[in-house]
Write a protein of this length. Structure first.
Length: 57
């Protein structure tokens, strides 16, 4: 998940991110849960339903 977000040029919606994984749209709920967890940990941020990786540099 973090690798896919790191390669994204702009914030990504959970549904679009789910397509990067086996199972595609069926994975959206799980992807959303993981994104929310990563957000709570401060590793990703959400803006208008799209997620991006926080720069830790």
């Amino acid at each position: 998940m973090r690798n896919v977000l790191a390669q994204a040029e702009r914030p990504v919606a959970a549904e679009d991110l789910a397509r990067a994984f086996k199972g595609g749209k069926k994975r959206k709920e799980r992807v959303t849960e993981l994104l929310e967890s990563l957000s709570l940990l401060g590793q990703v941020r959400e803006d208008a339903g799209r997620y991006f990786l926080v720069d830790r540099g």
